[in-house]
Design a protein around this ligand. Structure first.
Ligand code: TYD
Ligand code: MG
Length: 467
């Protein structure tokens, strides 16, 4: 039997150690270990296995299961991300940078549900009731019957909510401010966050109320502390956006009751978050037509096609090692694309700085964006604007070949709907192309032929000879 329990816990990832050390071996962060009282209530009984145990009923895989009852909030972008509404007894973690608008979003969600005559409670551990009221006034939501409290003790919250009519939705803003007296650590520590979340999750499961936990994100994009909560909750959503843009994107990272990768798009206005039902129109609203270095990518976010502009700037470098900077896309994907352009298409980028930006603050994870990014890069280097009425999509392989991507018909349909006349895409290997797409299709078998096409419109020498 161990004499002493683990008592130094990493505040970033939750790993526990018996001694203090500077660096957490589990996540590699420095100075994140803090001493915590080690009264882990969960593990206590587990050490000594009791002689008697209850038999479990094992069930077959097949059987009748009720569809999880959902509660739509009437905020359609939010409902889209949850998979059609809030599921009874589910717990959702909403993460995001400070100031991105999490409290604003959740006050709006709470108010929308209250207007549907569902009991909703909003508990703020960060702001006073007056501050929450002030925000609600600004959002013109004061008529909604949301019940407010400024409170941080989980025991008090659970006891209060368990009385009378059970709430359908409880918003906890934020989980890092909550504390329970069942563990001794300070509020905000991993142990506290974990224990508080556990209590609120138990409350949700017991009563069927939906609980939304707000979590702050650390500098490297992980949900601090609540990282350890992620696996306990039913759904994890991240609320993203560039500080300088008014667009905000709610993305499902994990969802036990719905699809992931689904996004909801909002715009932050003076009167709160406005839903954006057609994101493509928004992302393309400030297009700079006729200048080189921009290509429109026909992407898919979740189940919805989204058109977005990819901007590139390629300029001779004054540094020994040229700069490569990316916003909204994967930097290693850019390096790969540059290597393919150099190796297979004769495009020399070794002495050029390369900047790539996805307009509107959207972050793209699809490999299908390769072709649009390549087109933008080549267009910038050659000084040749791409046709303004064209969209691009397709995956580039290391050999320079273009690979077809999923859901091409949906991408083409969205492009046609927004008035685009041409689409550049990989040769469809299988015949899953609609016969009448409403666009002229320019299919390419490899990247080199697309580069040659663009080069023919611009300064060929600048593109292929300059070294
Ligand atoms: P907030 O919801 O408090 O962010 P979080 O809870 O994620 O920390 O919102 C913060 C920002 O949103 C704040 O800088 C002001 C801005 N904002 C608006 O632009 N319009 C509004 O109607 C509201 C309520 C906030
Ligand atoms: Mg807040």
């Amino acid at each position: 039997m161990s004499r002493k329990t683990l008592s130094f816990v990493c505040q970033n990832c939750g790993a526990a150690y018996t001694r203090w050390q500077g660096k957490c071996e589990s996540c590699g962060e420095w100075n994140t270990l803090a001493e915590e009282a080690s009264d882990a209530p969960v593990g206590k009984g587990a050490a000594k296995l009791p002689g008697r145990a209850r038999m479990i009923d094992l069930q077959p895989l097949s059987g009748v299961t009720d569809e999880a009852p959902r509660l739509a909030t009437s905020l359609s972008e939010f409902d889209r991300v949850t998979g059609g509404g809030l599921v009874r007894g589910s717990v959702i973690l909403v993460g995001g940078d400070p100031g991105i608008g999490k409290s604003t979003l959740l006050v709006q969600v709470a108010a929308a549900l209250a207007r549907l005559k569902q009991r909703t409670v909003y508990i703020s551990g960060e702001e006073a009731v007056a501050q929450v009221r002030l925000r609600a006034e600004r959002l013109a939501l004061t008529d909604a019957a949301v019940e407010l409290a400024s409170e941080t003790s989980v025991e008090d919250i659970v006891a209060t909510l368990s009385q009378g009519e059970l709430p359908r939705l409880v918003v906890i803003d934020s989980i890092q401010t909550m504390w329970t007296s069942s563990v001794e650590s300070a509020p905000g520590t991993v142990t506290q966050v974990r224990a508080s979340a556990q209590m609120l999750i138990r409350f949700a499961k017991r009563t069927g109320a939906c609980v939304i936990l707000v979590g702050h994100v650390t500098k490297d994009g992980q949900i601090a502390g609540p990282r350890v909560v992620e696996h306990m909750v039913d759904a994890v959503m991240s609320f993203e956006g560039e500080g300088s843009h008014q667009f905000r994107i709610l993305r499902a990272v994990k969802n036990r009751f719905g699809p992931t990768d689904e996004i909801g798009v909002f715009e932050m206005t003076g009167l709160g978050l406005r839903e954006v039902t057609n994101p493509s129109e928004l992302f393309l609203s400030e297009r700079d037509l006729g200048s080189p270095g921009t290509a429109v990518f026909a992407g898919i976010e979740g189940t919805r096609p989204v058109l977005v502009e990819i901007q590139a700037l390629v300029a001779p470098t004054s540094l020994g090692t040229p700069r490569r900077a990316v916003v909204g896309w994967d930097p290693s994907r850019l390096s790969m694309l540059i290597a393919v352009l150099e190796a297979h298409c004769g495009v020399r980028l070794g002495t050029h700085d390369v900047y790539l930006n996805v307009a509107g603050g959207l972050r793209i994870n699809e490999p299908a964006a390769d072709l649009a990014a390549a087109a933008a890069l080549v267009s910038s280097l050659a000084g040749a604007p791409l046709p303004a009425d064209a969209v691009y999509f397709g995956e580039v392989s290391l050999s320079g070949a273009l690979r077809p991507v999923a859901q091409a018909p949906a991408r083409l349909k969205e492009a046609a709907k927004l008035g685009f006349a041409r689409a550049f895409l990989p040769d469809p290997g299988r015949a899953d192309m609609p016969a009448d797409a409403g666009l002229t299709l320019g299919a390419h078998g490899n990247l080199a032929s697309l580069v040659a096409d663009i080069a023919a419109r611009g300064n060929r020498n600048r593109l292929l000879r300059e070294a």
